[in-house]
Design a protein around this ligand. Sequence first.
Ligand code: NFE
Length: 487
Amino acid sequence: MRRISIEPVTRVEGHLKVEVEVSDGRVVRAESSGLLFRGVELVLRGRDPRDAPVITQRVCGVCPQSHGIAACLALEAAAGMREAVPRNGELIRGMVMAVQHAADHILHFYVLGGLDYFSPVPHAVGLFGPTTEDRRLVDQELDRMRRHYVEALETWRLGQEVISLAVGRSPHSTGLLPGGVPLVPREDDILAWRFRIARMRDFIQRCYLPDAQLLCRRYPEYLQMGSAHGDFLAYGAGVICDSAPLYAGFLPSEGELHPLALERISEGVSRSWYRETEEDGEAVPSRLEPMESKAEGYSWIKAPRYQGRAAEVGPLAQLFVGSQAGQEEFWSQVADLLAGAGADLEGLSSTMGRNLARAIMAWLMIQWAMQCADSVAPGEPASVAFEVPREGEGIGLTEAPRGALLHWVVIRNAKIASYRIISPTTWNASPRDHAGLPGPMERAVVGLPVADDEDLTAVLRTVRSFDPCLACAVHLVELKKVGGETR
Ligand code: NFE
């Protein structure tokens, strides 16, 4: 038995450690550790509720609009005014969200996880390329990938421009406010968005989808390994827009889609560096020296569970849930794209299936972004005034690029009394729970081959197929004065 630690895992956001035990050339056990903690929820306590979309966007520079939108949805729910948000506001939010997904997925393929298979720099290894000699693209294909890499960066920038033009700037947009988007869109605004979305759509169709399909055909065994055992959770679009390619529900590996029931969500801390006790419904961290404070702990990430199950979230979950909940039109597009990669839905729960699902979701989302832009009514307002309620409680559910995102706000005396975020990587990279059940990423790497007991290529490819973001995954820390000592 050999124990190997990868710390930090590069080409992911934030500080992730993955430790595996290897025996007879296979991973037999794994632990995923979030080694970064932050206190955004505690920063929010006692503040004006309108600060929530501004501050929670600082959780992360990759998916800030998801946090901004989830915070707005939670505040509007708490104020009982979700229905009052003008249709234009919902459409612009929908467009921003969809463009963010598409841009972020492109980034994963060409800059982060995709570089496990090809490199923009000839013969590069490690940070800029595969850590292995397992390179199967021929020179002509590699040249094409390199050209696409440069185009990917330009396309990513186009996405940031759409977001900036619609909601102020990116990252950390100023125009995501409760009540809607503070803009009366003109024809030329809509034209400026559409022009850029059309170019993004072209890139995804011409480059990203064929490239993702090519990797599936070149590395078919990665469509057969790396499953997290197939319990999937998705929250759906959140914004009220027609034809969003995102649906909500929990799909257990052995059964049919359940409608979402939020009371089935729990957050465990038995292996996380937090105290087991609950205060105001929140687990509080134990002390600043995490390694010493809880011997069995190994992560700052908590362990969220749905009905006790370690659900996987993200594009793969969005596709599986969507395939059960969506209309015919949704499914026919997806089936064709899977076929082009030599894949099918039944076997898609895998390392490469995650990457392919991400490309397919980018394609569906960019089309939806265009539909949203097309539906915006020029000259009509996109927001209404938001009155801070004295008392209230609200939940905002949406899909971030990496999956299901929840914000929950409690307002007392017109101030934030409590704020809770459960973000996608908290689900995917969660540690074991009190029952010993590993998180999805920990399960996905068990059984993977490790040549010579040391070649971790398959492990890294699988970890990065989740596109983990540790900045998003860990949120809560609370320092307490105990007997004059800060803990
Ligand atoms: Ni920091 Fe995020 C996304 C959110 S991941 S990137 O997508 O929420 O947990």
